[in-house]
Design a protein around this ligand. Structure first.
Ligand SMILES: CC(C)(COP(=O)(O)OP(=O)(O)OC[C@H]1O[C@@H](n2cnc3c(N)ncnc32)[C@H](O)[C@@H]1OP(=O)(O)O)[C@@H](O)C(=O)NCCC(=O)NCCS
Length: 197
């Protein structure tokens, strides 16, 4: 593995407040229907138990059916551990009433020898979907990827999750070089967007 990739990922992962410190917050803050959204940033290890239960409940609301029918299957313990991993970072979206309405969790990782910002989960409360909030969080992630010298932002999406595939494609994501081929029989796609240098 190239030393640089490992070093870059280590450096980015050690930043306590990467979005604030590197000034990566999206300039967009208003939903398509005019509500002001704010964002909080934290390491997964700093989430309170109450916040973590909210994170997990939203994951379940949005994704349980999709995981149950997937080839991976649904394994609650391993998903909970994944979301709370020490390398996991959160962006939480808050509405104008101060309620949490969505989140993304990402990690800086070396993927096939390349330093990347991996969008691990992106979950918006059903009532707040399709109002531009996911796009705002992706914009922040892409800025963060650029400022931390990651090569690309990556995401894994079930092939039957048409809204999510449509969402990522709309934002310029394409099949990654590591994406399983059409005839692989696998039920997910790996998408990515190069970070402009
Ligand atoms: C997918 C998700 C994260 C997107 O976030 P969002 O805040 O709803 O997305 P935005 O409002 O920023 O953008 C929506 C765009 O997605 C695209 N989209 C949505 N549904 C679509 C569909 N069925 N087919 C094609 N494109 C679709 C559209 O291009 C839409 O843009 P438009 O404004 O031009 O119509 C969110 O809807 C969500 O939480 N879904 C359920 C959980 C999930 O699938 N998460 C992703 C796991 S990989």
């Amino acid at each position: 593995m190239p030393v640089d990739a490992k070093k870059l990922v280590k450096k980015a992962s050690q930043l306590m407040k990467p979005v604030e410190k590197l000034d990566c917050e999206t300039p967009r803050s208003t939903t398509t229907d005019g509500e002001i959204i704010t964002f909080e940033y934290m390491w997964a290890t700093h989430l309170s138990d109450e916040d973590f239960e909210w994170v997990y409940a939203l994951f379940k609301t949005n994704m349980l059916d999709m995981y149950q029918k997937s080839q991976w299957g649904y394994d609650e313990n391993s998903k909970r551990n994944e979301l709370r991993a020490t390398t996991s970072r959160f962006i939480i979206a808050i509405n104008s009433k101060g309620e949490k309405i969505g989140y993304t969790t990402y990690r800086f990782v070396v993927d096939h020898n390349i330093p990347v910002a991996y969008c691990w989960e992106l979950q918006i409360l059903p009532a707040y979907q399709n109002k531009g909030i996911g796009g705002m969080m992706l914009d922040t992630l892409e800025r963060l990827s650029a400022r931390t010298n990651m090569t690309k932002v990556m995401a894994t999406v079930f092939l039957y999750n048409a809204p999510s595939l449509g969402f990522f494609h709309k934002h310029g994501y394409v099949s990654d070089v590591t994406c399983p081929s059409d005839d692989s029989g696998l039920d997910y796609a790996i998408l990515s967007k190069e970070t402009p240098s």
